[in-house]
Design a protein. Structure first.
Length: 266
């Protein structure tokens, strides 16, 4: 049916199926795509495979991953926070170019990122002009993780600073506070939820980094590299315990982000 409004006919809202009824159905399809592999993992594999959780290679990989991820996250905070603030407050063309450079590792395949790092700190770094190498070392793992994960923190922190009205900073400065005091008491506290979320996401990305780490360092093995090595050499049964630890840490990271109530995709 239709009704006339000011001489024009308009269809009634009840005519035909509503698109909103398809929303949960379409969303459920993608959700199942995420859930089914986890369910199959739990149902198919015997719990006896999890007895290897305390195996030496699993513990070593977990230790390397946690130490390297925490270190790269700290580096991202120390150097990324000033960069994020400058990118947020500057309208110079250099800031636009710098933001493009920061985002570049996000779109590069991790293996390509590892190749780029090898040209600088690999066995033939800078065309053989330097002996500074990070291959097969924990420093190499940290370097690879920082290159890939730090942009997550910079971009997230920049968005957090963008949400802070610079009039608050001007008001604090007009009251006699120095720039450092204004950052410590006004800017950073207001941007704190986004900064914390950026740190958590950076840690999670560093923990799951595989391609660049394998290309640049390989040893000591992180959890993702150990999963790949175990799968290639023995199969899924050997890779499963390492994957369980990585999955557990990833789920814990998501819980932390939720607890911060500053999830960037909200």
């Amino acid at each position: 049916m239709s009704r006339t409004v000011s001489g024009a006919e308009t269809p009634t809202r009840g005519a035909g199926p509503e698109l909103r009824h398809l929303v949960p159905v379409l969303g459920a399809v993608l959700l199942l795509y995420f859930v089914v592999p986890l369910a199959v993992l739990v149902v198919t594999y015997s719990p006896t495979a999890l007895t290897q959780l305390t195996a030496g290679y699993v513990v070593d990989a977990a230790t390397t991953s946690l130490v390297a991820a925490l270190t790269s996250t700290t580096i991202s905070l120390v150097f990324g926070l000033p960069l994020a603030y400058w990118l947020s407050r500057s309208d110079h063309v250099l800031a636009t170019l710098a933001l493009g450079v920061v985002v570049l590792p996000l779109v590069l395949p991790p293996i390509v990122s590892g190749m780029l790092l090898l040209t600088v700190v690999g066995p033939a770094g800078l065309g053989g002009l330097t002996d500074f190498r990070l291959t097969r070392s924990l420093l190499g793992v940290v370097a690879a993780q920082t290159f890939v994960a730090a942009p997550f923190f910079v971009v997230t922190a920049k968005a957090a600073f963008d949400g802070v009205d610079d009039h608050f900073e001007e008001a604090a400065r007009s009251l006699g506070r120095s720039w450092g005091e204004t950052m410590r008491t006004v800017t950073v506290p207001l941007a704190k939820p986004g900064i914390l979320a950026g740190l958590v996401l950076t840690f999670a990305r560093a923990l799951g980094e595989f391609g660049a780490t394998m290309m640049l360092a390989y040893y000591p093995r992180t959890l993702p590299v150990q999963i790949w090595a175990s799968f290639i050499s023995t199969g899924l049964d050997a890779a499963l315990p390492v994957a369980v630890i990585l999955l557990s840490v990833a789920l814990g990271t998501l819980l932390v982000v939720h607890a911060l109530r500053a999830t960037p995709w909200r």
